[in-house]
Design a protein around this ligand. Structure first.
Ligand code: 8YV
Length: 330
């Protein structure tokens, strides 16, 4: 029997391609070409599965044009690149890559918070530019992490990882807001207190965004929310572009409505709002929160595991629309 055909839409670890080749005829994109939607559709013809990353959009148009497609396996925990409703309607399984990146991403959230609050990149640019000629009593004086109030918006696995680092490592007071409040045992483990969104904005010295993107979450932080924050506060976005109104944030940073921001994700990335590039009090990184080598390998292997399991008749590990599995069984 011939092997099922799959597409790997972006370049990934060669050892993961080799694993996939044990089970499938693989069309890979190891040259990491950027494909238009039409080019993606053309390459998906005859494919039973696709390995995607967060930038590869699978929507109703793709699904209608690729009737042989059975599974889309995302190498990301976030899946706002999938139209899940359309996938379920088309009977196409979606999987993501949760858990394996939780601690690495929480580490990065803290790294970005510390770099932002302690003005690390801004001061390094100053040094590299040869501007450091003498010590100054308030030179790059930022805000403290230890003992400060850490606000977390969205309290899933990554949010909980950040809360634990803040509470246990830095003696921070942790407050959070999310759609569904944690149970008492988890709140105790994270030493985190549930508050309203308004209270979170008003009280946080450092606010970290870790909520998933959905159209309802678009511009959760805009001009009005930034105005509710302390002028000494820092804002960290490791969630998704579009959750923050980047144009409004650039204005708030320039006017010092808040002290600083650290951003790993952007509206319309890899483009970055030009105004953010001209304000000094923002730390900018290119969507690398999960980018430790072991974690990226684990994410790629989990996406591969989902493809291998599902297309060889076993249960996928991390299905997003299990209704598709139930329908296939019926
Ligand atoms: C990925 C992410 O690197 O997992 C996610 O949701 O945002 C990142 O870890 C990115 O989406 C590429 O797939």
């Amino acid at each position: 029997m011939s092997k099922p055909e799959i597409l790997v839409a972006r370049a990934v670890f060669p050892e993961v391609i080799a694993r996939l080749e044990e089970h499938f005829t693989v069309q890979a994109n190891q040259a990491d070409e950027t494909w238009s939607q039409a080019e993606l559709i053309a390459r998906l013809q005859g494919k039973a599965g696709v390995f995607t990353t967060g930038g590869d959009r699978i929507d109703a148009q793709v699904l209608a044009a690729c009737p042989q497609l059975k599974i889309c396996a995302n190498m990301a925990v976030g899946y706002n690149n999938f139209d899940l409703t359309a996938m379920t309607a088309a009977g196409v399984l979606a999987t993501n890559a949760p858990d394996v990146l939780t601690e690495t991403t929480a580490d990065f959230g803290f790294a970005l918070l510390m770099a932002t609050a302690r003005r690390i990149t801004e001061s390094e640019h100053f040094l590299r530019a040869g501007q450091w000629t003498k010590w100054g009593f308030d030179m790059f004086a930022g805000s403290d992490i230890h003992g400060a109030t850490l606000g977390i918006l969205g309290m899933g696995r990554i949010g909980q990882g950040i809360a634990k680092r803040g509470a246990h490592g830095f003696g921070m007071k942790v407050i959070y807001h999310t759609r569904s409040r944690l149970d008492a045992a988890l709140e105790a483990e994270c030493q985190a207190a549930y508050v309203s969104k308004d209270e979170l904005l008003a009280r946080a010295d450092h606010l970290v965004l870790v909520l998933p993107y959905s159209p309802a979450a678009h511009h959760t932080i805009g001009a009005a929310e930034l105005a509710q924050m302390k002028p000494t506060a820092t804002l960290i976005n490791i969630a998704r572009g579009g959750i923050v109104d980047d144009a409004a944030l650039a204005v708030a940073l320039r006017n010092k409505t808040i002290a600083a921001a650290g951003l790993d994700v952007f509206e319309g990335e890899p483009a970055v709002h030009p105004d953010l590039l001209t304000v000094p009090n923002v730390v900018l990184t290119p969507h690398i929160a999960s980018a430790s080598l072991p974690t990226r390998l684990a994410m790629a292997n989990l996406a591969a595991d989902n493809l291998i399991a599902f297309l060889t008749g076993k249960a996928p590990l991390t299905p997003l629309n299990p209704a598709v599995l139930a329908a296939a069984r019926a």
